[in-house]
Design a binder for this molecule. Structure first.
Ligand code: 1HN
Length: 373
């Protein structure tokens, strides 16, 4: 038997636990197929491996290549109703050509020409944007204009209307992350067009969400909580950068237990709960000092990393990728991951870990010790 579009590979016909091949057995297997039935005894090795054997691969996409192709798309592909977004998705080589960076996560470069609008719509998929370079675009989320600048992490939780507009004379590109594959596989997608034009074209430096929620340790008494997704529309680079720098300053001053050797990390969090920003997506920023290497870590669930700044080497099992600014790397579930910073290395990471934590199926294994210098 062979399978098309199936997560299960070829059927075992011999080996331990398999019946003796006979014409009668062949006929039984043909009749199973006819009735759309599959016996467990031929599949159990694939269905129940002793540890995760994901079909997704570790893979690196080069930002300079993505950007070049996005620019060409900007010249050739108009933006409007129907197509909705000039977004070009990473297709993991292990996932059969689907626009999936991992089995649960979509990652794309999105490109907006000068003075261009991306139309308003909403969907149940949760989304974020992370800005590698550029400025001049506002994403308007449920009527709240949110400026996009380098290093900012911006949220569009599911079922919020959103459109983008570029107010500058330069094109802008950024990373989009969504839980599209998870929502597609589980048949839980809803989508609606919004109004034909963006309601509020003002260009404030800070969104209303930030005015309410972006004050450390302070929540507005008027606002309800806890909320499943973060109400904070934008996490600004100056805050993320300062948090990472302070962790490393504490380490340098000899305070133990703050960071892994030379490796500061922060998680973007929902200020109403302290938990993840979105129900299905975890997002973090990591900073590695020059010459530092992380411990080797494997985790249930998949992730995508993007280099924000610096250069380094990402090892996934036997694979080794040299990475620089903007490059993206998919990390399959349970793959051993080690990162080395050549010079300093700032990395953005997003993963589907909240799904597995909610299901009590999360596991982490750490091997070796981090080193620095
Ligand atoms: C979407 O709405 C955005 O809002 C980006 O920028 C990527 C991919 C599929 C469906 C909707 C956005 C998307 C998307």
């Amino acid at each position: 038997m062979t399978y098309v579009d199936s997560p299960v590979s070829l059927t075992a016909t011999d080996g331990p636990g398999q019946p003796t091949p006979t014409p009668e057995l062949d006929e039984l297997y043909r009749d199973f197929e006819e009735e759309l039935l599959v016996p467990l005894w031929t599949e159990i090795g694939d269905l129940m491996p002793s540890s995760p054997r994901p079909t997704a691969h570790g893979h690196a996409w080069r930002w300079q290549n993505l950007l070049r192709l996005a620019r060409r798309s900007g010249e050739l592909v108009p933006l409007g109703r129907g197509g909705e977004r000039r977004a070009i998705a990473l297709a993991n080589p292990g996932l059969g050509g689907a626009p999936y960076a991992t089995p649960t996560l979509w990652a794309a470069i999105q490109y907006l020409n000068p003075r261009e609008d991306a139309p308003v719509h909403r969907h149940t998929q949760h989304a974020f944007r992370f800005v590698i370079e550029g400025t001049g675009v506002w994403t308007v989320v449920d009527g709240d204009p949110v400026a996009m600048r380098r290093g900012d992490f911006l949220l569009t939780p599911g079922w919020h209307f959103h459109g983008h507009h570029n107010e500058s004379d330069e094109p802008m590109a950024w990373l989009d992350g969504l839980d599209i594959p998870f929502v597609h596989t589980t048949g839980s997608a809803f989508f609606e067009f919004g109004p034909d034009s963006i309601s509020d074209r003002s260009t404030p430096a800070r969104s209303r969400g930030e005015q309410l929620w972006a004050h450390p340790g302070l929540r507005p008494v008027s606002q309800p909580g806890p909320a499943g997704s973060s109400p904070l529309a934008a996490y600004r680079w100056e805050h993320t950068d300062a948090a990472l720098a302070d962790q490393l300053a504490l380490e340098a001053a000899g305070h133990p237990g703050v960071v892994e050797a030379g490796h500061a990390a922060v998680r973007f969090s929902n200020p109403t709960t302290g938990g993840d920003v979105l129900p299905t997506i975890r997002a973090e920023m990591h900073r590695l000092l020059p010459g530092s290497t992380t411990a080797t870590r494997r985790e249930v669930g998949s992730a995508v990393w993007q280099v924000f700044d610096g250069t380094g080497v990402v090892r996934i099992g036997e694979q080794k990728f040299r990475v620089e600014r903007g490059d993206l790397v998919s990390v399959p579930s349970w793959a051993p991951l080690t990162i080395t910073a050549t010079n300093g290395l700032d990395l953005f990471r997003f993963s589907d870990t909240p799904i597995f934590e909610r299901l009590h199926a999360d596991r982490v294994q750490v091997e070796g010790a981090p080193t620095c210098g």
